[in-house]
Design a binder for this molecule. Structure first.
Ligand code: SF4
Length: 80
């Protein structure tokens, strides 16, 4: 139950992203930088390990990576 897959949607706020690429370093199968040096979500990324995705999102200095559950509720970053 603890290990149940929670993350079902990943969104990168491209206006917020500053291209530091820590997300790419942590989860290269989930994120990449495009020609503009801004992060994109790779196909199938939401199927990867939740912990890795969460770590990548937490590593983003501007919190540009948003994670959602099956019902579309935001998991990260938490609402203030
Ligand atoms: S860590 Fe954040 S700012 Fe850096 S490339 Fe990824 S989404 Fe963009």
């Amino acid at each position: 139950m603890e290990n149940k897959k929670k993350i079902h949607k990943i969104y990168v706020d491209r206006k917020a992203c500053i291209g530091v690429a820590t997300c790419v370093v942590i989860a290269p199968d989930a994120f990449d930088l495009d020609d503009e040096g801004i992060a994109i979500v790779k196909e199938g990324a939401e199927k990867l390990d939740d912990n890795k995705l969460l770590m990548a999102a937490q590593s983003c200095p501007v919190l540009a990576i948003h994670l959602f559950d099956e019902e579309g509720n935001r998991i990260f970053p938490a609402k203030l």
